[in-house]
Design a protein around this ligand. Structure first.
Ligand SMILES: CCCCCCCCCC/C=C\CC(=O)SCCNC(=O)CCNC(=O)[C@H](O)C(C)(C)COP(=O)(O)OP(=O)(O)OC[C@H]1O[C@@H](n2cnc3c(N)ncnc32)[C@H](O)[C@@H]1OP(=O)(O)O
Length: 281
């Protein structure tokens, strides 16, 4: 039989963390009642590839957390090896046109919501974060990664032109020269390299420790007026957000044109096959 001691401990634990009522299917949202910090966990097995539904759920979660006046937002993954594999290539290979349009629009919405989020944001990168995975992490204000991970914007290696928000994210985090070179080379960095160039702020030995470091970062704002903080953040990011708005329709059309190109389709097919073959050998 359970002792009254362990029952009270369990009740106390249950009152600290609560799952948000509107938590969605592909993202789990948990709010720590003690700290007021919300953790969004990407939960689309096996590798959190960003498809229309995951992007939709992620957008809803970010907006919900922002509207519920949480103290901060931490983004992480339920997979212990992969934070996110980036866009789901199946959504771009031989795509349904309406769905491809929706995919890109939702990616744009997520970027706007996360990059422009009024709350302090942090990413606990508990696995590999190529392409769209890196985009999500660098939209946040602070990043902690685990050892033996790989992170970077490798779009150019797939023959894709990195969209403007990739550039904004890298310029916000890295010196201009380093950002430009990383994007034009489509570099994927190891944990050590990412820390050395400043693509991530810290390294933690486990997911729990990474989450703890993210919470500590968010706690540094405990004494700061939230409105003053968010307006100051907006002063830094506002020009990027405005330029993005003025180019978002063009970028959507360029994306659709790009993936409609026969050569692009052939390249994506080869790339996808290469990823699958790896598992067959
Ligand atoms: C101005 C604008 C106009 C131009 C617009 C251009 C468009 C730019 C788009 C910019 C934004 C984002 C781009 C992207 O995000 S593209 C996606 C790029 N992602 C990658 O290259 C990652 C590829 N994957 C990996 O490196 C590895 O899978 C991993 C993430 C490191 C995980 O390794 P693992 O060993 O743990 O798992 P693995 O066995 O490789 O994979 C498991 C199964 O998942 C499949 N898979 C992997 N990645 C993807 C993916 N991104 N989409 C779909 N499917 C993926 C893999 O094939 C395995 O499948 P299976 O089990 O063998 O069937």
């Amino acid at each position: 039989m359970m002792s009254s001691m362990s029952l009270s401990r369990m009740l106390r634990a249950a009152s600290v963390c609560r799952t948000m009522s509107t938590a969605t299917k592909l993202t789990a949202v948990e709010v720590n009642d003690k700290t007021g910090i919300a953790t969004v966990t990407l939960s689309r097995p096996p590798i959190n590839a960003l498809n229309v539904e995951l992007l939709h759920d992620l957008y809803q979660s970010i907006k919900e957390i922002e509207n519920n006046k949480s103290r901060g937002l931490i983004l992480t993954s339920s997979n212990d090896k992969v934070f996110s594999a980036g866009l789901d290539i199946n959504e771009m290979y031989r795509p349904d046109k309406d769905r491809a349009r929706l995919l890109w629009t939702k990616l744009q919405d997520v970027w706007l919501a996360l990059y422009g989020c009024a709350l302090p944001t942090a990413a606990a990168i508990n696995g590999h974060a190529p392409a769209g995975g890196c985009l999500l992490a660098t939209s946040c204000e602070y990043r902690v990664i685990l050892p033996q991970c790989r992170i970077g914007l490798n779009e150019i290696q797939l023959g894709l032109v990195p969209p403007i928000f990739c550039m904004f994210n890298f310029l916000n985090v890295l010196p201009r020269r380093v950002a430009e070179r990383a994007l034009v080379q489509g570099r994927i960095f190891t944990t050590e390299q990412a820390l050395q160039i400043g693509l991530v702020d810290d390294v933690a030995s486990s997911k729990e420790k990474a989450l703890e470091k993210c919470s500590q970062f968010i706690a540094t704002f405990a004494q700061t007026n939230p409105l003053a903080r968010s307006l100051t953040k907006l002063k830094f990011r506002g020009a990027d957000l405005q330029r993005f708005e003025s180019e978002r329709t063009n970028e959507l059309e360029s994306f659709l044109e790009f993936i409609d190109h026969p050569q692009m389709q052939e390249d994506l097919g080869i790339y996808l096959e290469g990823l699958k073959k790896k598992n067959r050998n």
